[in-house]
Design a protein around this ligand. Sequence first.
Ligand SMILES: NC(=O)c1ccc[n+]([C@@H]2O[C@H](COP(=O)([O-])OP(=O)(O)OC[C@H]3O[C@@H](n4cnc5c(N)ncnc54)[C@H](O)[C@@H]3O)[C@@H](O)[C@H]2O)c1
Length: 262
Amino acid sequence: MSIFDNAFDPRRDVALVTGAGNGIGRAIAQALVGEGVRTVFADVSAERVADAVGSLSRPELASAWTGDLAKREECDRLLEHARSAFRRITHFVHSAAPPRREKDHSLAVTDDTWDQMRAVNVDAGFHLARELARELIAAREPGSFLMLTSLHAAAPRNLPHYSTSKAALAMLVKELAKTLGRFDIRVNALVPGAIAAGGFVADPSLTKHIPLGRLGKSEDLAPMALSVLSDRLSAYVTGASFVVDGGLSLTNWFDPPNLDDF
Ligand SMILES: NC(=O)c1ccc[n+]([C@@H]2O[C@H](COP(=O)([O-])OP(=O)(O)OC[C@H]3O[C@@H](n4cnc5c(N)ncnc54)[C@H](O)[C@@H]3O)[C@@H](O)[C@H]2O)c1
């Protein structure tokens, strides 16, 4: 048998993906359904969720939910929905994030934009992960969580609300991994590079900084996401960050070597 066989157990594994209406979250949620995993698609946009679920070849494995995860009561409503749809969530992916707008630099970003970014990334990520972990611990079941962080958890982006939220989320991954490991609940981070998805408008000139020579696609993230989520492929992996960026993070003030004589 190949080590890639049976990465998931469709009888047991059930996923909840936030931000599943678009971009990376949508690609991961659809890939999970492709593996036969029952999956809650959660997003603030009803239209996007309906489209994401509607384009599945096995829509019966998906359950759509719409609400604003910046609000605590909506997070609780999502947890209730997940319980009644599928009883228990074993795999959690937190990909929802408000749009990033270049105009929101340090001197311009409003309190509301700051609060919304933190509320969705950090507060919802923590609350949902902790409640799902509590349910798994009570049931003595293992679990696997994946948070979408960013290269800008460590490098400025001219968007202080975004970079600080992602830095907090990156530390949350480590805190949760350290506490939940004893219960066989793994928590990891997926770190995308420049992905032409929807959350930010990619400047095509960025490609000159990417060793693999192109912007990423949402579908570039799904195979790594599923590998890390899989209890079979990544049973001994927790508290780790997986960078999927075509080499973008290798960029610094040195250009690549001149290979004219090679
Ligand atoms: N695209 C990139 O280049 C990139 C780079 C680094 C990190 N990331 C991270 O990856 C994740 C996905 O990025 P993307 O580009 O696919 O984003 P996207 O904007 O295409 O998708 C995000 C989804 O989250 C939903 N959402 C926004 N606010 C919400 C709320 N309050 N409640 C519920 N849902 C909400 C949106 O409706 C959208 O469908 C994000 O966390 C982002 O920060 C993306």
